[in-house]
Design a protein around this ligand. Structure first.
Ligand SMILES: N[C@@H](CCC(=O)N[C@@H](CS)C(=O)NCC(=O)O)C(=O)O
Length: 216
């Protein structure tokens, strides 16, 4: 039985959960939570920065969410081909995965971290800078979507795009003049594998450091 270490409210954990849900892959969820100190200790040892998700498959330990999706595509394939079999399509999917991690998830996370570190007085310059960066990638994605489409199945891009757009929109709303990107976010959230993550995380919304909006 596979084990996935993570937390239901963590964006990168969703990235590991979405492929498991999409392919109905049996797994045990090991919550990294103060009430389960052994799980936290395992992750602290498994990852060079103590970050999750971490996937365990027998003697194999896989860290980094993108690698977890790639590992599942290779060793636990299912109806959703997480990485397209065509080399050119696969390059495209991996390119978009980098865009969502590096320019959506990263800048969304800067806002979250600014609130955690600053408490009542978060660094407003850092927050403004991160939000500007989000607006820039939103524009890039809106333009990209004008002449490109994501694969019509759950893929590595879905796994990266769904959690990053879900939380990024909470810290900096995707503008109304970005209809393609707004529609993409809505489509992603409607996927059963994604909506399961959204529902399983709902009870934790009060802990979102910048404050969770009353929607989604
Ligand atoms: N590059 C890592 C990032 C993972 C990451 O940032 N995970 C966060 C949760 S969303 C985490 O472990 N936070 C706890 C910590 O940093 O101690 C990946 O792609 O898996």
């Amino acid at each position: 039985m596979l084990q996935l270490y993570g937390h239901p409210f963590s964006s990168y954990t969703w990235k590991g959960l979405i492929p498991l849900h999409a392919n109905d892959t049996p797994f045990e969820f090991c919550s990294v939570d103060p009430s389960e100190p052994d799980n936290g200790a395992f992750v602290a040892k498994a990852h060079p920065a103590g970050k999750f998700p971490v996937l365990v498959d027998g003697d194999t330990v896989v860290i980094e969410a993108t690698s977890i999706v790639e590992y599942l595509a290779l060793h636990h394939p299912g109806p959703a081909p997480l990485v397209p079999s065509g080399a050119a399509e696969a390059v495209n999917v991996r390119m978009l995965d980098r865009v969502f991690d590096n320019y959506v998830m990263h800048h969304m996370n800067r806002v979250v971290v600014a609130h955690i570190v600053g408490g009542e007085q978060p660094d407003q310059a850092e927050i403004a800078d991160a939000k500007q960066a989000l607006l820039r990638v939103y524009r890039w994605l809106e333009d990209w979507l004008a002449s490109n489409a994501l694969p019509p199945h759950v893929s590595l891009v879905t796994c990266a795009a769904a959690p990053s757009l879900f939380y990024a929109d909470w810290v900096e709303r995707i503008p109304e003049d970005h209809p393609r990107l707004r529609a993409l976010r809505a489509e992603l959230l409607a996927l059963p594998a994604v909506s399961r993550c959204v529902e399983d995380a709902r009870s934790f919304r009060g802990y979102f450091p910048p404050g969770a909006p009353d929607r989604d």
